[in-house]
Design a protein around this ligand. Structure first.
Ligand code: NAD
Length: 526
């Protein structure tokens, strides 16, 4: 077993099975095999590809609990959470794309002005990118890769998938879902760490779909820039929840605690900051603290997945304490016999946006609450982050909630809930700023996973188009008149343009005829 892979479960401390790292020198061959398989896969009708991949859903449901157990063993997250948030959500992803992708890939007609461009029509097709590298993190090791792999494969692409070195066993389970359903080599797997990911980005892939930290995302973007291939980046988050004075405080407290502590806070869309209006800040904090105290270690909140992650949590909470934060509950590691990676779910109050616990991604079970004067201050402080993945507004006034949603700098905004839409295959997931520019979920994901191919057919039999040679003043006047007719002029201007065309079109026809005659004469005199 390679040194880079974790050997023991953060959940139980038990030894994990051996995993073989892919030799770095073997990565190009895996990509080449995927490329080879892709051509015939893309040539299949989409219905055939969908039928093949649809069986993945049956496989997921048949092995749902075993898959959840593998995810639990590798990450430490509760099995129920793995089942709901990763396994069953992925079955929904397969179903969604099976139902919708054929329509989404249907060619559609481009609008072409028949007056200016007579007898022409054009269809926009969506072609697969080719071979896509899918490089993934460890926090949702089953759901995240499938969110991209399912639509990418149905759209006719090949995949080379590199799971995180922290969750290689779940990665293997993901890849095995496709065994025997798709041509050999179409879904390749690279097991390894950052060096393997870097090598994959440098191989002959046509797109890199990357989810992970901003630091690695930057390296991926540089590597793709060097090869002039596109990449999509889904990076970190520092989600804010804004609680207004009129919110249902019980719902807000319970929802925010779930949003913050789910997956022990190791969620790019976790609530990592709360801005609460002053009049309810204390009442909200009391409810949040009570709901946090009620959480059961292991059953509700597992350990951190890696020791590096727990070190970050310890560092952020200590920085908050130093800045005068009040820790209401938690604030210390759990050192039990088995794993040594637990951290008590923590709620603190703080007013220091430059502090690491507010400014940087904590990725742990830590919920800082800040009291603000009003919604405007809450929005201003929420938007001051360099991240912008999701945000939530808690209020009974839905119209006001939607108005605030317009002002928030984030890719996903939920009103009276938080970040659960990551499980909805029909909803786009992505962000702004250092969160990157990737989009998974919804038909918009296909804008990355496919490229447009425009085919224009011309049924015009004339020997010359109006705008071909010779260039003359008549052509110039006609072009200006057409532009005005297409909407760039007042009613009077358009009527004038019509008269210009009536007057000049016969003249232009004559010019074109004469030019064709002249050319023909030159041809025959040769
Ligand atoms: P990471 O960046 O350390 O690793 C992610 C993946 O990139 C791993 O497979 C790793 O081996 C690989 N990698 C590392 N260096 C690379 C390089 N130079 N070239 C190519 N690949 C390389 O991230 P992580 O610790 O696994 O994941 C946690 C991060 O992921 C957090 O910041 C979290 O917010 C983010 N995340 C974002 C989303 C989202 O949708 N925006 C979802 C989940 C996680």
């Amino acid at each position: 077993m390679s040194e880079i892979f974790s050997r023991t479960s953060p959940a139980t401390g038990a030894a994990l099975s051996d995993v073989e790292a892919t030799p770095l020198d073997g990565i190009e061959a895996i990509v080449a095999k995927a490329r080879e398989a892709q051509a015939s896969w893309a040539a299949l009708e989409v219905s055939k590809r969908v039928k093949a991949i649809m069986s993945v859903k049956r496989r997921i449901l048949a092995k749902a609990e075993a898959i959840a157990k593998t995810v639990h063993d590798e990450t430490g997250k509760p099995e129920v959470e793995a089942l709901l948030g990763e396994v069953l959500a992925s079955a929904d992803v397969v179903g969604y794309w099976a139902d919708t992708i054929a329509d989404e890939l249907e060619p559609f007609e481009a609008e072409i002005d028949a007056l200016s461009y007579p007898k022409k029509s054009g269809l926009i097709h969506r072609d697969p990118r080719g071979t896509i590298a899918v490089i993934m993190p460890w926090n949702f090791p089953f759901a995240l890769p499938l969110r991209t792999m399912i639509p990418a494969l149905m759209a006719g692409n090949a995949i080379v998938f590199k799971p995180s070195e922290v969750t290689p066993r779940t990665g293997k389970v993901v890849a095995e879902l496709f065994d025997g359903l798709v041509p050999a080599g179409l879904v390749g797997v690279v097991q390894g760490g950052g060096d393997a990911g870097a090598r994959l980005c440098g191989a002959e892939v046509d797109l890199v779909v990357f989810t992970g930290s901003p630091a690695s995302g930057r390296k991926v973007a540089h590597a793709c820039a060097d090869r002039l291939v596109p990449c999509t980046l889904e990076l970190g988050g520092k989600d804010a929840a804004i609680v207004l004075a009129d919110a249902d405080l019980d719902r807000a407290a319970n929802g925010i605690v779930w949003g913050a502590m789910m997956n022990a806070g190791q969620n790019c869309g976790a609530v990592e900051r709360v801005y609460a209006e002053k009049s309810i800040a204390k009442a909200l904090t009391d409810k949040v603290v009570a709901a946090t105290r009620a959480l059961r270690t292991t059953d509700d909140v597992g350990p951190l997945t890696t020791s590096a992650q727990r070190d970050t949590v310890v560092r952020h909470v200590e920085a908050a304490r130093t800045a005068g934060a009040v820790v209401h509950v938690g604030g210390e590691p759990i050192d039990d016999e088995k794993s040594k990676l637990g951290y008590r779910p923590t709620v603190l109050t703080i007013d220091a946006d430059e502090n690491p616990v507010i400014a940087d991604e904590t990725f742990g079970p830590v919920l800082p609450i800040t009291s603000v004067a009003d919604a405007d201050e809450a929005v201003r402080r929420a938007n001051a982050s360099r991240y912008g993945l999701t945000a939530s507004v808690w209020t009974k006034d839905l119209r006001n909630g939607e108005a605030l949603a317009k002002k928030l700098r984030a890719g996903v905004i939920t009103i009276n809930n938080h970040s659960f839409t990551g499980a909805l295959p029909s909803a786009p997931w992505g962000g702004v700023g250092e969160t990157g520019w990737g989009i998974t979920g919804s038909p918009l994901a296909l804008d990355h996973l496919t490229r447009p191919r425009f085919v224009c057919v011309d049924r015009n039999r004339a020997s010359r188009e109006m705008w071909w040679y010779p260039y003359t003043d008549t052509l110039k006047q006609i072009a200006l008149a057409f532009a005005r007719l297409r909407g760039g002029a007042s009613l009077g201007g358009r009527i004038g343009a019509l008269f210009t065309l009536i007057g000049l079109l016969p003249k232009r026809m004559g010019e074109l005829k004469a030019a064709s005659k002249g050319a023909a004469a030159k041809t025959s005199s040769k």
